[in-house]
Design a protein around this ligand. Structure first.
Ligand SMILES: [Zn+2]
Length: 310
């Protein structure tokens, strides 16, 4: 009995001192928590070393400033030229002058010739009053679609391809920074007193525009060969010159229904006639108005011709 009591008392003492676990280790959450904590502590340690690696991101920060300096360099090109603006689409104001000859002396007093002195004074007046030349095709484009053009545009046209235009008018226009449009008689190119292919190509190179003035300068209403005068001659000009020929000038300024239709059918973009309008419209593009500068005009008559708006 004594031994049994000893064993019981000793056993209670062990339990009371915690030498045996009070519960079975079946609580798995405790172990999971323990691993979670340890994992967390593992992650903290490498993240301390990672704080050194983001350093390269500092080099990214300055890049947004680079485009700012780039925009500063491009700003000057955005400055608009006050002498130019978008003209059209729709009707546009543009005086179109017509000349035939510019001679040193107008001995015969022909109305179709102006002297070098007259022409110089007229072109200087245009320059001093802020006018700038454009091409016929510029006017056509502006009427159809709108185009960036000089605010005070005008067009100089010459008919027939007379060589005195190259000898006398061209140097004056060149010195003033003007160009012009020449309507050629296809059959006469290279003849005595007329433009040669070399002259045409030289002037095309410096910005002159060329149009067709028919193959033989025929009176179209009575011509039996309108198709050749208007259409086939255009094809031959393009083939021999390799430049655009997009406008047709009616010989003698004479038009009739068939010739206007032929100009349209032959895919010209405009037809040059005679008239008093300076405001041009889409409806009148296939017989647009040109004001002829006649040899007997004084300076005041010329100024009125240019500035009278209709
Ligand atoms: Zn003519």
């Amino acid at each position: 009995m004594k031994l049994r009591w000893f064993v019981m008392v000793f056993g209670w003492m062990l339990i009371a001192n915690g030498c045996f676990p009070a519960e079975l280790p079946n609580d798995t959450t405790q172990t999971t928590n323990r691993t979670a904590v340890s994992t967390a502590s593992l992650m903290i340690t490498p993240s301390q070393t990672d704080t050194a690696t983001p350093a390269p991101t500092l080099t990214i920060t300055p890049t947004p400033f680079l485009p700012a300096t780039a925009t500063i360099t491009t700003t000057p090109t955005l400055t608009p030229d006050p002498n130019y603006s978008i003209i059209g689409p729709g009707p546009i104001l543009c005086p179109i002058l017509l000349y035939h000859h510019v001679m040193t002396v107008n001995g015969s007093g022909s109305q179709y010739a102006v002297t070098v002195d007259q022409f110089t004074a007229q072109m200087k007046w245009m320059k001093e009053n802020g006018y700038q030349t454009i091409k016929v095709q510029d006017m056509v484009d502006a009427i159809h679609d709108g185009k960036m053009l000089p605010n005070k545009s005008f067009i100089i046209t010459f008919d027939d391809g007379n060589v005195d235009i190259y000898n006398h008018a061209y140097p004056i226009l060149r010195d003033l920074g003007f160009t012009a449009t020449m309507y050629l008689i296809e059959d006469s190119i290279g003849d005595y007193g007329n433009f040669s292919i070399e002259i045409i190509l030289e002037l095309a190179e410096v910005g002159w525009e060329f149009g067709n003035h028919s193959s033989t300068h025929a009176y179209l209403p009575s011509s039996r060969n309108c198709e050749d005068e208007i259409c086939f001659s255009r094809a031959r000009l393009i083939e021999s010159l390799n430049i655009p020929i997009d406008s047709f000038a009616y010989p003698f300024g004479t038009k009739h229904e068939e010739s206007i239709q032929a100009v349209k059918d032959c895919r010209y973009t405009s037809g040059a006639g005679l008239g008093s309008w300076t405001i041009h419209t889409q409806e009148r593009l296939f017989y647009f108005s040109r004001r002829e500068v006649k040899g007997y005009f004084d300076m005041q008559r010329f100024i009125t011709l240019v500035t009278d708006i209709r």
